[in-house]
Design a protein around this ligand. Structure first.
Ligand SMILES: [Fe+2]
Length: 512
């Protein structure tokens, strides 16, 4: 890597009034390791040269770009929507870097990124956040400003985005903002949706603030899809999914090697694992691509339903998996007994969440009571039991499950037997609320909390994200809440704080 200090090219300038801004979708970084990080941008404009436009990139050790540590040029190809994915390598562990791009005489905004600590290194602290579900029409994204510029002044080391980056639907009625796009079903449609979302300056600020690790949920493709089955059982669903996966890759700061294969049935392995030094092992899971279909769907279609166990024997079939058996085994084997903390980033609420009273089975071996939404982990109870019983058997320390999808903050105890609070308590779950997507009435959540005592906090009435500080001694979770989702300038405050002490499973509510 070159280390010479180089002055900025004299011809580079910001776009004039009559000139189309080429970097209007911002910049991003992600998928950090101890010696690499991925840098992303995408050029905009209908007049871009085919087949590619050269884009120069720089990575510096300082925010003034006086100490350049790596640079290069990558082609922004028309068949990749003029996106650029740079894998910057040979970097030092546990340090900040700044990056920017130039093309067509224009320079992008700069972003800050950070590498992971060296494997096994003593790490005093990890500051990270989780976020999910940013339906554009449902609100403005003050939450992203808070993530990028927290009042503490302490930057995030890492942001985990847990799914529903876009929503594929046509514009919602009664939205805070509206768009004119129809439902996204084609590559062009998904590209246009990402461009809409990524035009938001607050989202751009959050990307420019720290590296992201990104997993998808259903709305990056279609509501409630499972594997290669769309919720409408459309025989052309595989082609739609392939277009959606392609557009996702084009717009995310994920490695160049994750570019989806030409074969629409080819896998796009977005799950992964990263050690944050000796402090934590982080794993992230794909809950869509390999899952078995939801049980007992409504007649003539796929997707989710709400079911009573007595009416849905398929619910308990042991072979059914939310992650698919291959990924499931990989994740189970990946938990670390050598780290004090194991963070599992995955899409949806893992804690049992019944909306009817859970009575014991009427006869031995019979189905328990309760009523469950089948798109979440309640639709895959055998897979959930395999995971949690395995954590118990292997005595995996410090397991914290990080979730999103359900547009509410839930803090929960995870026991090996979902219906038995006396069974071993093996993990703590923090399921974060949505950035902007609408949710249930709080009264419905309050009613459900009475039926699910292992869920110790439930708030659907506020949008936001969750900010964590992890040390060898404890995990602190700060549920950040937006005061008014209709206002891009809204204040953001703390809904509640929780602490998990090392060596002691379960969250305690903190004062203040
Ligand atoms: Fe969502």
């Amino acid at each position: 890597m070159a280390t010479a200090s180089v002055a900025a090219p004299a011809l580079v300038r910001h776009a004039g009034a009559a000139e189309q801004p080429r970097f209007a979708l911002g910049v991003a970084s992600g998928s950090p390791t101890a010696d690499s990080v991925v840098l992303w941008t995408r050029l905009i404009g209908g007049d871009l040269a085919e087949p590619a436009v050269p884009v120069a990139w720089e990575l510096a050790a300082d925010d003034a770009f006086t100490r350049i540590v790596a640079r290069g040029t990558e082609p922004a190809r028309v068949d990749e929507a003029h996106s650029v994915h740079v894998s910057a390598r040979g970097l030092e562990p546990a340090r900040d870097y700044w990056y920017r791009f130039t093309a067509l005489g224009q320079r992008s905004a700069s972003g800050r990124t950070r590498t992971a600590p060296a494997p096994g290194a003593a790490v005093p602290r990890l500051d990270f956040a989780t976020a999910s579900c940013q339906r554009w029409e449902h609100g403005h994204w003050a939450a992203w400003r808070d993530a990028a510029q927290h009042p503490s002044g302490r930057p995030l080391d890492l942001l985990l985005f847990l799914g529903d980056y876009i929503y594929e639907y046509a514009s919602a009625p009664m939205g805070v903002r509206t768009h004119a796009q129809g439902a996204a079903t084609t590559l062009e449609g998904y590209r246009a949706r990402y461009a809409l979302y990524k035009g938001d300056p607050l989202l751009q600020a959050a990307h420019a603030a720290c590296p992201w690790i990104v997993i998808w949920d259903d709305h990056e493709v279609e509501n409630d899809y499972a594997g290669l089955q769309g919720q409408g059982l459309d025989p052309a669903f595989a082609a739609r999914r392939a277009a959606a996966y392609r557009a996702w890759w084009e717009h995310m700061p994920v490695p160049p090697a994750l570019r989806p294969p030409a074969d629409a049935l080819g896998a796009v392995p977005i799950h992964g694992r990263l050690d944050w030094g000796g402090l934590a092992r982080l794993q992230w899971a794909d809950g869509r691509q390999y899952r078995d279909p939801q049980p007992c769907p409504r007649g003539g279609r796929g997707g989710s339903a709400t079911v009573r166990p007595a009416e849905c024997a398929e619910l308990f079939e042991p072979a059914r998996s939310l992650w698919g058996r291959v990924q499931e085994r990989w994740l189970h084997e990946g938990f670390s007994v050598a780290h004090p903390w194991n963070l599992l980033a995955q899409t949806t609420l893992m804690a049992r969440f019944s909306t009817e009273a859970v009575a014991p089975p009427a006869e031995p071996g019979g189905a328990p009571g309760g009523r469950y939404w089948t798109d979440g982990w309640d639709g895959y109870p055998a897979a959930r039991r395999r995971l949690l019983a395995g954590l118990h058997q292997r005595r995996v320390p410090g397991t914290v499950v990080l979730s999103g999808d359900v547009h509410a903050n839930y803090v929960a105890e995870l026991h090996t037997e979902a219906d038995d609070p006396r069974s071993p308590h093996v993990a703590t779950e923090f399921c974060g609320t949505s950035i902007s997507s609408r949710s249930w009435q709080q009264a419905s959540v309050d009613a459900a909390l009475k039926l699910n005592p292992h869920v110790i906090h439930g708030r659907s009435d506020q949008r936001g994200y969750v900010r964590f500080a992890l040390t060898p001694e404890r995990l602190e979770a700060d549920l950040r809440a937006v005061a008014d989702v209709r206002d891009a300038g809204s204040a953001v405050g703390t809904q509640a704080r929780f602490v998990v002490e090392a060596g002691r499973v379960g969250a305690q509510k903190a004062g203040g």
